[in-house]
Design a binder for this molecule. Structure first.
Ligand code: BTN
Length: 396
């Protein structure tokens, strides 16, 4: 059966066409790359073993230190509790230090955490996500090429719905339209969720839109910030990008086999590389406060689960309604739409039930935008706009 499936990428350029037919695009999954990672095993059925993962005991060491934060724990006790030698404990402590965890102490005195790190360890997440779809199978990496790449591999390997892949750092984070996603260590949330919904591929863009809404609610609950949603799924604050979603799926023409929803949020970045500084921002920058990534991720996964269940039981209409209520891009915004070499300007005029954007093209008809980059068009000032509107009136 797997041979009959086709992998579709639900990104701007590859979204289904207006007639509802999925555009089929072959997509090669990159080979495994070198990464360091920590993988914690599920309590029930063992999780897929992902190549390159480090021993789960390194995460247990971190949990042990975190539970006894600021108290010196002897190397002998740690060694006993984890079941390794004291020299291994020493090696792992150094490994944690390389990863930015502030562990103080020496082999002969014992160790303590100077500051409890905001690391998204599966143990801590599972405790907070009891009973949740996303609290069961969590693959956590300190460093990985892309959580989407891992989740795709896991999807093909049969991992169940609800599997979560997390990374503290990505070396080849993927963004929309072939862009990369800047994924600095332990500052952002880089998460991919594996889903196996009974949906047609044409409905997948709505899932992406829904994920943007879930992230919007989680951020609002944690920080009070009211973000804008740029069609189709960018999280934006004062014109700068704060987060994005990249959904990829493996499907037959009428049925999704699995879909992975990759979510990237800028949380505690204090600055960005020069090429991004004018267009990207973070919650830390906008609130002036360090934010708990763990809290935000828990909120996000809970919001996502609620929205997902509603979507499955009621369909996508509420997704469109919510999106239109929150996004300044949905209606009445002057925009420039760019898709490959094609570019035009117009005014947004709502969102279709499938999640496509309607744009009243300048001097032309209303067009349905199913793919492409949509940016606010500030090239026309207000007085020009009214004269242009008058021109259209005359034309009508
Ligand atoms: C966008 O360009 O707006 C989408 C960005 C999506 C980034 C996230 S980070 C977690 C997941 N893994 C990836 O490689 N990409 C997504």
């Amino acid at each position: 059966m797997r041979g009959r499936c086709t992998l579709l990428r639900v990104r701007g350029e590859n979204r289904p066409d207006a007639a509802g037919k999925a555009k089929i695009i072959k997509f090669a999954i990159p080979g495994n790359q070198d990464y360091t990672a920590s993988l914690l095993m599920a309590k029930r059925k063992p999780q897929q073993t992902v190549p390159g993962t480090t021993d789960r005991r390194i995460a247990t060491l971190l949990t042990l230190l975190a539970e006894n934060a600021t108290i010196v724990v002897s190397g002998a006790r740690i060694a006993r509790e984890i079941g390794v030698s004291r020299s291994t404990v020493w090696r792992w402590v150094n490994r944690l230090r390389e990863l930015g965890v502030r562990v103080k102490g020496e082999q002969h005195t014992g160790y303590f955490l100077e500051k409890v790190p905001d690391i998204l360890t599966p143990d801590m997440l599972r405790q907070r996500l009891k009973g949740s779809l996303f609290g069961k199978r969590i693959h956590h990496f300190f460093k990985v090429d892309s959580t989407n790449r891992v989740a795709l591999d896991l999807g093909h390997a049969g991992e169940p719905e609800g599997t979560v892949v997390l990374a503290e750092e990505q070396t080849a984070g993927r963004g929309r339209a072939g862009h990369s996603w800047h994924s600095e260590r332990a500052t952002g949330i880089y998460a991919t969720l594996l889903l196996r919904p009974q949906l047609a591929p044409v409905q997948a863009p709505l899932l992406t839109m829904m994920a943007g809404l879930s992230a919007h609610s989680a951020i609002r609950a944690q920080t009070g910030l009211h973000l804008d949603l740029k069609w189709p799924n960018d999280l934006v604050f004062r014109g700068k990008k704060l987060g994005g979603i990249l959904t990829e799926m493996h499907a037959e023409p009428t049925q999704i086999r699995f879909v992975i929803v990759g979510i990237g949020l800028n949380v505690n970045q204090e600055k960005f590389p020069t090429d991004l500084s004018a267009i990207a921002t973070s919650l830390r920058v906008e609130t002036g406060k360090q934010q708990s990534r763990l809290e935000l991720l828990v909120r996000l996964l809970r919001e996502f689960e609620t929205d997902y269940n509603r979507f499955l039981s009621e369909g996508g209409a509420s997704v469109i309604t919510r999106f239109c209520g929150l996004s300044s891009f949905a209606q009445g915004m002057r925009v420039r739409v760019t898709n490959g070499n094609d570019s035009f300007t117009g005014v947004t005029a709502g969102v279709s039930p499938e999640g496509s954007l309607f744009v009243q093209r300048d001097g032309g008809p209303i067009v349905t935008v199913i793919a492409g980059d949509v940016t606010e068009d500030r090239s026309v000032n207000v007085s020009d706009r009214s004269s242009m509107d008058r021109t259209k009136d005359v034309q009508r």
